[in-house]
Design a protein around this ligand. Structure first.
Ligand SMILES: *Cc1c(COP(=O)(O)O)cnc(C)c1O
Length: 453
């Protein structure tokens, strides 16, 4: 696939796909860096796993003390193809050697066009599409809202309870959770309206269509159907807790949008690029969004995001109305093209389904043994455990934090999430070896069995 020159140079850097601890975690060098950091880095940037990474490859992180950790977080669903994949690092190095920036708004280049062609081909729906590339997920969500407002001539943006759309001013307004995302950062952008979601564990057994009817009633009575530019939805809610809506919820919302002249915008930033077992999570229910927002998994760790929509919607914006200095940076585009080719050739959507088949039974078995596991859910390689006080649905955030910390000390990086902070989420690289994945999940279920009684 790659020239032997690249294989040789990356082979030197490749890390054995093994967990191996040589100090306590975090070790002395990570602790020293943490002290240096406190004197230089703003306190508002947190790190859930304070081990300092020196290199990484595949599904293994090597920290400053030489410990090798299994990465079950992929930098929050970004490095789905694995760390330092030779095809990606070669493409990045080659592009960096050609040029690193011209600004697409000044003198354009092919990579940007090629990524937009891929986005058109891969996102749901056979209609004509156009895309714009940006730097971050939040910036892409902001642009999706700009485009939706311009295309519809309407202003209201409808979002869901438990939603996460980013940390900029508009996307903070769209994000549900107060602390830490919004606490003290107001005033927030106007014309953002929050309606109930479908959260099977916590909404008293509503079906998907019942939950959609509840959301729609709220829109019609409190926002006004004719005012809505867009309904923005994560097809599986990410930071909010890996909440998989009951079947029928997403199609009913999309239908309502179609009937009422509002745009159905899918925020697939965390769910996209094979993560859930399809290229995009909307495909599980055959939902075709008007606009799809992508980021995270698209470019194997380089900052890139996209907004892809129906041609007539995207082209409703006047020339010069969209853009940004770095959006669609050529090095990031090169990484995206290599990552997409890797996912396509390696059938990464099928790999995600394989991961679900491997891991879900282990999580369900753990749930039988551990009364604190209140729910097991997810799709593909986006799986989660919601922790509760046994016999109730009352969230146990403390347990989620201590289990994640216990995994880290044993050399496995797992992330938490959830409006209530009580969800353990798994986002392994799709490229992870079965044995390594099972070892990592075994550490997690072991910790739960010890701590979740
Ligand atoms: C991460 C995320 C965002 C924000 O992306 P950034 O690149 O961090 O700005 C928005 N929406 C969803 C669903 C996300 O998971």
């Amino acid at each position: 696939m790659e020239s032997s020159q690249f294989v040789v140079s990356t082979a030197e850097q490749a890390v054995a796909q093994q967990r191996r601890l040589v100090t306590e975690v975090p070790g002395p060098r990570s602790r020293a860096l943490q002290e240096r950091r406190a004197a230089a880095v703003a306190a508002g940037v947190g790190s859930s796993s304070p081990i300092y990474v020196e290199r990484a490859s595949g599904a293994v992180l090597v920290d400053a003390d030489g410990n090798q950790l299994i990465d079950l977080g992929s930098g929050i669903a970004v490095t789905g193809v694995g760390h330092a994949l030779p095809a990606v690092t070669a493409a990045v190095a080659a592009q960096a050697g050609r040029f690193t920036h011209t600004c697409f708004m000044v003198t354009p280049y092919e990579g940007y066009v090629a990524v937009c062609e891929q986005l058109a081909a891969l996102t749901p729906g056979e209609h004509a599409k156009r895309s714009i590339l940006l730097n971050s997920g939040a910036e892409a969500v902001e642009n999706a809202v700009k485009i939706a407002r311009k295309a519809t001539g309407r202003q209201a943006v409808v979002v869901l309870e438990h939603a996460y759309h980013g940390r900029t001013n508009l996307t903070m307004a769209m994000t549900a959770k107060h602390h830490p995302y919004k606490n003290g950062f107001g005033p927030f952008a106007p014309e953002v309206y929050r309606v109930p979601t479908s959260y099977p564990l916590r909404d008293g057994g509503l079906s998907g269509t019942e939950a959609a009817a509840r959301a729609i009633e709220r829109i019609e009575t409190q926002v006004g159907a004719g005012a809505v530019a867009a309904v923005v939805v994560e097809p599986i809610q990410g930071e909010g807790g890996f909440i998989v809506p009951a079947p029928g919820f997403l199609p009913a919302l999309a239908d309502w949008c179609r009937q009422n002249g509002a745009l159905f915008v899918a925020d697939e930033i965390q769910t996209g690029f094979c993560r859930t077992g399809n290229w995009f999570a909307c495909e599980h229910e055959d939902v075709v969004p008007d606009v799809v927002v992508t980021a995270k998994g698209v470019a194997a760790g380089l900052p890139l995001a996209g907004v892809t929509g129906r041609a007539e919607i995207m082209d409703a914006v006047h020339v010069g109305g969209l853009g940004g200095t770095y959006g669609g940076n050529p090095v990031a585009c090169a990484a995206a093209l290599a990552a997409i080719e890797t996912m396509r050739a390696g059938e990464y959507a099928a790999r995600a389904r394989h991961i679900e088949q491997l891991v879900l039974p282990e999580l369900l078995a753990a749930a039988k043994a551990v009364p604190a596991i209140g729910d097991v859910r997810g799709r593909g390689a986006m799986l989660a455990l919601e922790l509760v006080h046994p016999g109730t649905t009352e969230p146990d955030a403390g347990l989620a934090q201590s289990v994640a910390r216990a995994c880290l000390t044993e050399g496995v990086v797992v992330l938490t999430c959830g409006t209530f902070g009580n969800v353990i989420r798994l986002l392994p690289p799709l490229a992870i070896d079965d044995a390594l994945l099972e070892e990592g999940v075994g550490v997690l279920t072991g910790a739960l069995e010890r701590m979740g009684r």
